[in-house]
Design a protein around this ligand. Sequence first.
Ligand SMILES: [Zn+2]
Length: 279
Amino acid sequence: MKRIALFSTFLTILLASCGSLTTTKQKIKLYVFDCGNIDVSDISVFSPGHDKGQKKTLKNTCYLIDHPKGKLIWDTGLPDGLISKKNGLTNGVFHLTVKKTLEEQLRDVNVDPKTIDYIALSHFHFDHSGNTNLFENSRLLIQKEEFDAIYSKDAKKYHFDPQSYSKLSKENAIVLDGRYQVFGDDLVTIIKTVGHTPGHQSLMLRLEDEGNVVLSGDLYHFEKNRKHKRVPSFNYDKKTTKESMRQVDELLKKENATLWIQHDPVQYTKFKFSPKYYQ
Ligand SMILES: [Zn+2]
């Protein structure tokens, strides 16, 4: 009898400790923000030789990842300053508008941009780097090739605008070479997906309810281009872009992950936007 009682006490302790393990399991929250609209008057720039003269409205999304160990902002969108231009701004084939600033969307969920631990951009094109200077206190997570390009005297040649990230601390940056687990576990992982720019990167998230998600950056701009594996005319390197597309396909399969295309207008209609969040 005594032995049975002892055994059952042991079992109770074991089950209780298992229970506490489950409740302390790390979880992340993912907020999606609307970071502007991009009307394109000729989408063949994204698919050379196809869709000449066709129009499309691309969306622009930014993300906040809230991990128990800190916060990461992923992409910063079109400049908030555009909100003052009622009719938007035309830049070549692109017409840009902002309806609500990123700063305001962050404040709506009680987040002060100055308190965000990390900033990572998929790449430094103007529609992803527009509000980077809001995050001057955050540590930059960046692939070495992108770091060298944004701080080179030829930054503009890569279509980067040094003014848009002038307040970032270069000295404080964490310069990466490939995969990087932002919070030291496998919940938030930066993946190197070069080609669109010299050091383009994507972000893999393990969400408890939503499952595994990969944020595309500009690996693709919309679903049709993904389907046909088309490489925009302004990409830095076509061959490495194709290789990154192949690697991400493999990753999505291996991890049973969904690719969220940050500019895709159809996916946009299904997103749950902040203050709601995914977890
Ligand atoms: Zn881009």
